[in-house]
Write a protein that binds this ligand. Sequence first.
Ligand SMILES: C[S@@+](CC[C@H](N)C(=O)[O-])C[C@H]1O[C@@H](n2cnc3c(N)ncnc32)[C@H](O)[C@@H]1O
Length: 293
Amino acid sequence: MSHPFTGHTVETARRTLTARFRTNAIDSAELDARILVGAALGLDLTGLITAATRILTAAEAVRLENLACRRLTGEPVARILGAKEFWGLPLQLSTATLVPRPDTETVVELALEMLRAGPAQDPLRIADIGTGSGAILLALLSELPGAYGIGTDISAAALHTASTNARHLKLACRAAFTACDYASALSGAFDLIVSNPPYIRSAEIIHLATEVRDHDPLGALDGGSDGLDAYRALVPQAARLLAPGGVLVVEVGHDQSAEVERLMMATGLTLERPPKADLAGTARAVGGRKLPS
Ligand SMILES: C[S@@+](CC[C@H](N)C(=O)[O-])C[C@H]1O[C@@H](n2cnc3c(N)ncnc32)[C@H](O)[C@@H]1O
């Protein structure tokens, strides 16, 4: 049986796939096509350029068509590859983990800014609540060589992926993981607590893009009827666990920053700066500090 990519060169396969993705209204058509051709052929960008005029083998044509079909039915590229880069770090994914988003790098940026503005701590103790793939914790540990951290998650399968990532990134000696409800199993004190909790309103989940709704775990998305359930649970826990002068930084949904700031102030945290916006200009990370004693 002949497949759509039989007889194609690497370059014509890439162009044909881009056109198919465009026809199917896939936003990042060109990039997705390049990545999937690379994945089917085991080539990086340089390899794709050097091999541009080579004809695909039959096996490669079949492999590429399988990957193309998965993307055309709404599976995100990161899910197909089982991997995603975050803060420049290659992370493995599993069905139990959210695909880490570039917006979440705003949490890492604000956390680093607030740490620099506070008293120096050595060693620095970090907790990441709802760590998923370990993205935020591992990014912070990669930036802060004197830091130790613990990631929590309700999903033991997600924690397995996070600890695999820590090992691959050679950060495992400074990272620990524990399964619990938000921060309930932790005892302080922490200099920095970060979290990107589930914050989508339950009723909105049905309206999310298929890439998210059908491929990210529901437990990583659903924030309850007003989207704020997780903050109501974890902000008071975090406020108790922070060392004097310690910092809490959380990711928020596009219209949640004011409400989360109110929750932080209600637990006695002080707001030193406005929420930090992501690249689209949306308030994305909210930070509060526990008063120094
Ligand atoms: C939005 S995802 C964030 C994952 C990761 N931190 C990131 O930014 O890519 C939220 C994470 O919180 C976890 N989670 C949901 N409910 C939880 C709970 N009650 N206690 C601990 N973790 C929870 C989910 O399993 C998921 O991994």
